[in-house]
Design a binder for this molecule. Sequence first.
Ligand code: SF4
Length: 293
Amino acid sequence: MPITLSKTKLMAYISCPEKFRLRYGLRLKPLKDDPALLEGRAIHHLVESGLMYAYAIEDVLPVASMRFWESTPFESCGYDSIKEYKHAQALCLAQSQKFLELIGPMQVMAVEKEYLAILTDPFTGEVFDDITIRGFLDVLFQGESGPAVIDIKTVGRTPSMPIAHISLELALYGYLLTYPDYWDAKPIEVAFLNLIRTKEPKITWDKAVVDIEAFEALVTTCRQVAEAIRLGHFWKNPGMHCGWCSFRGLCHGNNLLAIQTFGHHVIEFYQATKDVMAYQHLHNSMNPQDQAA
Ligand code: SF4
């Protein structure tokens, strides 16, 4: 069975295989967007737009903001009132302007650029043609030694330690950018750009370089994850991260929360599919609500 692994799918499976099953297998999607996630997406979009069109930033940002919120009307969001919804729009715009000031000028080559690659071992050249890797690079810019990658994170507090040097996500972006010339390529500069939504917005940079050894480790992980998905290895991995997982109502037996999040059909559907582990069966969409992922 061919499998496409995006960064989001890979990270979902690694953090909690049950989350992967519910999200990508059963294709369950919340009825309304969570405000915190939505605002993160809005700021992400505005900052990317501002970086790409820095020469016209004052014109671009209000238009980008308007378009973003038009595509996410009040009815589709989890805000309690129109006032909160409007307040979020103004706050995201103001914080994005501040973040862009803090980032400063940058030689941006592209934003949200899509890359696809058939999984290939960087050392041996062996091709795993049933596994495709897909990724959207947030920001591609001209680094000191060539094209470099930034992954934007919108967070509520300053990260406690640097993780770029061990990040699977950044290795995946470097892998896609280098594909298929791993032997000849220079190490790729990568960075997390943390946009910190404290009262006074701040940014931090977490920088690293990724090379062929990181790509080898990534290929091994992708092969293991793809195989585990094919074999139907899905289990719950409860922890602190359940606190911001949409599926906690289902997993933790809180039916009221589950119904609020996904609608009335969800309990029956979840019970009926609890033991269905084969990904190919899940993937043929058993979801009667057709909530496409
Ligand atoms: S609530 Fe926790 S255990 Fe359940 S899917 Fe989410 S992360 Fe996994």
